[in-house]
Ligand binder design. Sequence first.
Ligand code: NAD
Ligand code: DAU
Length: 341
Amino acid sequence: MKILVTGGAGFIGGNFIHYMVNKYPEDEIVNLDLLTYCGNLETLKPVEGKKNYRFIRGDIADRPFIFDLFEKEKFDVVINFAAESHVDRSIEDPAIFVKTNVLGTTTLLDAANAYGVKRFHQVSTDEVYGDLPLDRPDLFFTEDTPIHTSSPYSSAKASADLFTLAYFRTFGTPVTVSRCSNNYGPYQFPEKLIPLMISRALADQKLPVYGEGLNVRDWLHVYDHCTAIDLIVREGKVGEVYNIGGHNERTNMEVVKTILNALGKPESLIEHVTDRKGHDRRYAIDPTKIEKELGWKPVYTFETGIPGTIRWYVDNQDWWKHILSGEYKDYFKKMYGNRLK
Ligand code: NAD
Ligand code: DAU
């Protein structure tokens, strides 16, 4: 199979490419990424040079470019990770979220239709369901929970989901959609909670916790997200949505204290700062459908996954220090500067 992975220089797409390139040597994996501020080719070093892997730089919202690419490459499968993904940035500048997440996705869907792609998988998020109250631990997001978004980010992701499902109903495009909870693991851009807190704690800098830090997130190791997407693409039913999560709810304070404890740093580093606007209170996924229908089971709990993740950031300081210093951008120039636009 020839598989187009978009956004493969980002956190989850990068981990997914590592997973796929090694698991399926007979498949051809093409990584299309624009290398925005968070796209980092240093993440792909372990697979560079592998026969079944290729990188192409480009914008999913650039229609002529995307149609040319699909015409040339004849992809069997498209898996769309490419997105603007950070809620705080969407509060500062919503427009780029509409362009990338909505127009980018519909451009890919149009090309998938035009060139007979056999499966289009949209990587979505549990944030499309909005949030749950903190005092109702009995409530979970199921695939039937109404879409009810809070931020410009989640609104743009929800629009992309709805377009994807509308293409199935209207044009018969063979789509699937997955909605996963918060991911953690190697190669996450250090603007997101876990890598931000690890990198700052290592430098003995203050850790900015929004508000009281009692908001709850449902943490899944990125490896388990990758196995779920692989399974949905190969065995999922077209037109269906699958929730992905492993019942690992933690308050932000619990997560931050776990990190400080693992690094032997004092809790006095925690600083409560002004809350995020519209801050979602609690996310919690009910993964019954993917477990029952596809037999998916996560490998990691938060307890078993987080120590290795913290260790990864301790052992791979060059990776995130290059990001903080801007050096990671030079890597593209060095590797591709003479070959690509
Ligand atoms: P990320 O921000 O780390 O990576 C996004 C990637 O998309 C980057 O490499 C970036 O360069 C690329 N990109 C951005 N705009 C592009 C464009 N116009 N054309 C081509 N490439 C472009 O994001 P992530 O955390 O890896 O998330 C990946 C996907 O998973 C997103 O769709 C996100 O909504 C979804 N998701 C994320 C989480 C999470 O916890 N991080 C959870 C559930 C779902
Ligand atoms: O649920 C899936 C979503 O998880 C994905 O769709 C998003 O792409 C991904 O970014 C993530 O969104 P969150 O907003 O939950 O992740 P973030 O890491 O930004 O924040 C996690 C929690 O930590 C949230 O309650 C806000 C809080 N926080 C975050 C930062 C960056 C802080 O308290 N301080 C911070 O500095």
